[in-house]
Write a protein that binds this ligand. Structure first.
Ligand code: LLP
Length: 407
C-alpha cells in the first residue's frame, strides 16, 4: 500500500485502498447527514498483513472497535474469530455468521444472563477477570451441566505509554486477576473441576501501544505463571496476549506502521517461542482491534456555519462528540481535511460540533483551506472506536455507516 491513504487528486480527496480508490465526494451526492465510510479493501489488506506478520497466531478481532456487518464479513471471510465483551456483542457476532467456537469473551462485569448464553453454547473461551466471576462461572456451569472453557486474564501491574483511560494493566485498574491471587484462583478452579476446563492465560495491557517494552516485560512475567497453571491443569494450552497495537494518528505512514507491526511480532515471538518448544500444541492468540480497522474509516460531515469572532474562527459542523467522542474523551488527535481543496493557502480554525458542551470539538487551531457554509469536512481514522462509541446525546441522529462509495 502507499504510505498515505487520503490524498487529493484534481483538488478532491480520494481514499486509497489496496486495489481501489474511492472519490469521497460520491458520498455527498445525496447527503442527508453525517456519514462514516469504511474502505473494506483497506481492512482486507490489514488483516492479511497482520496474519502474515503474526503467523500461527490465532486472531480474534475486538468487535468493540467497529461492529459494522460489512467490516465483520471481511474478518469472517479471512477466518478471524471475534473478541466480545457483552451479550449484545455475542449476539451480534452470531447474527453476522460467526460461531460460538470463534468467540473469546472478555470483560469485568459479565452478568448471569450473558454467561448463560456463553456457557450454554460452549463458547471458545471466557477470559475470567476475578475470583467471584470464576465462582459464578463454576456454579452456573455445574447447574447447566456444562464444562466452561476458561482462561485467566492476569493483571501484570505494568504500565504502557498511552492515555491513562485506555491503559488496563496496572494494579489500580479494574481489569484482570492480580498475580498474587493466582493460588486462590487455582484452588477455586480445582473445586469446580467437573464444570470448568482451564485452557490458559490471557493478557491485555491496554490500547494504542506504539512501544513494546511493557509488552515484553508482561509476557516474561506471565510465562512462569502459565507454566504453573499448566502443571495444575494439563489441558491448559492457550496463551492470549490481547490487543493494543497502536496506529499513527498524526501522520499517514503505512510503511512505518508495517515496521511497528514487525517490532510487535518480534517481541511476541521472542518471548513466546520458547514456550512453543516446551508445550506441543500451544495455541497463541491475539485480540487486535484498532490496528486492523482504525484507518479504514472516515467521517464526512457538512459545514453549517463558519463563525468568526474577534478571537477565533470556528467551523461548526453537523457532527460532533455524539459521533466521534475520542477528541473530547482522550484529547485524541484526528486529522481533518476539507473534501475539496480550492487553494494551497490555509487558515486556522477550531472544528466543532453542534453539541451543547465545550468539549465538543474535533480539532483546535487546525490549518485548513478556506472553508464556507455547506462545504464538506472529512475526519480521518474513524474506523475504530468512532461509530461504536457514538450516542444520540442531544437527541441528534446517529451517523449513517456505509462501505459503499455511492449512497
Ligand atoms: N482485548 C481486550 C480485552 C480489550 O479490552 C480491547 C480494547 C482489545 C482487545 C482491543 O484493543 P486494540 O487492539 O483495539 O487496542 N475507546 C478507546 C480504546 C478502548 C479499548 C478498549 N479495549 C479509544 O478510542 O482509543
Amino acid at each position: 500500500m502507499e504510505k498515505a491513504f487520503l490524498v487529493y487528486k484534481n483538488g478532491e480527496l480520494v481514499f486509497l485502498g489496496d486495489k481501489t480508490e474511492y472519490k469521497l465526494s460520491q458520498l455527498t451526492k445525496n447527503y442527508q447527514g453525517p456519514v462514516f465510510f469504511y474502505n473494506l479493501d483497506f481492512v482486507r489488506a490489514r488483516v492479511q498483513q497482520m496474519q502474515s506478520a503474526l503467523k500461527d497466531v490465532r486472531l480474534f478481532y475486538a468487535l468493540k472497535a467497529n461492529s459494522h456487518p460489512d467490516v465483520l464479513k471481511v474478518f469472517k471471510d479471512n477466518n478471524v474469530g471475534v473478541d466480545v465483551v457483552s451479550g449484545g456483542e455475542i449476539q451480534h457476532a452470531i447474527k453476522n455468521g460467526f460461531r460460538y467456537q470463534q468467540l473469546v469473551y472478555s470483560g469485568v462485569g459479565k452478568t448471569r444472563k450473558e454467561l448463560e448464553l456463553a456457557i450454554q453454547n460452549d463458547i471458545h473461551q471466557i477470559n475470567v477477570e476475578s475470583i467471584p466471576e470464576l465462582q459464578r462461572i463454576g456454579e452456573m456451569s455445574k447447574t447447566l451441566g456444562k464444562k466452561a472453557n476458561v482462561v485467566f486474564r492476569i493483571n501484570p501491574d505494568i504500565s504502557i505509554q498511552s492515555h491513562p483511560y485506555i491503559a488496563t494493566g496496572l494494579k489500580d485498574n479494574k481489569f484482570g486477576i492480580d498475580t498474587g491471587q493466582l493460588l486462590d484462583v487455582i484452588e477455586m478452579a480445582k473445586r469446580f473441576s467437573s464444570s470448568l476446563s482451564v485452557r490458559g492465560i490471557s493478557l491485555h495491557l491496554g490500547s494504542q501501544m506504539l512501544e513494546f517494552s511493557s509488552l515484553k516485560d508482561s509476557l516474561a512475567k506471565l510465562k512462569p505463571l502459565f507454566l504453573k497453571l499448566r502443571s495444575e491443569f494439563p489441558e491448559c494450552h492457550r496463551f492470549d496476549f490481547g490487543g493494543g497495537l497502536g496506529i499513527h494518528y498524526e501522520k499517514q505512514d503505512l510503511e512505518s506502521e508495517g515496521k511497528l507491526l514487525k517490532n510487535y511480532s518480534e517481541v511476541v515471538f521472542s518471548e513466546l517461542t520458547t514456550l512453543t518448544y516446551d508445550i506441543p500444541g500451544l495455541e497463541i492468540q491475539s485480540e487486535p482491534g484498532r490496528w486492523l480497522v482504525g484507518h479504514c474509516g472516515v467521517l464526512i460531515s457538512q459545514v453549517q456555519y463558519v463563525k468568526k469572532t474577534p478571537h477565533k474562527e470556528f467551523i461548526v459542523l453537523d457532527s460532533g462528540m455524539n459521533h466521534l467522542i475520542r477528541p473530547s474523551l482522550y484529547e485524541a488527535y484526528h486529522s481533518i481535511h476539507s473534501l475539496k481543496k480550492s487553494s494551497e493557502s490555509t487558515k486556522k480554525y477550531d472544528v466543532v460540533g453542534p453539541i451543547c458542551e465545550s468539549a465538543d470539538f474535533f480539532g483546535k487551531d487546525r490549518d485548513l483551506p478556506e472553508v464556507k457554509q455547506d462545504d464538506f469536512i472529512v475526519v480521518s481514522d474513524c474506523g475504530a472506536y468512532a461509530a461504536t462509541m457514538s450516542s444520540d446525546y442531544n437527541l441528534q441522529d446517529r451517523a449513517l455507516e456505509t462501505s459503499s462509495a455511492r449512497l
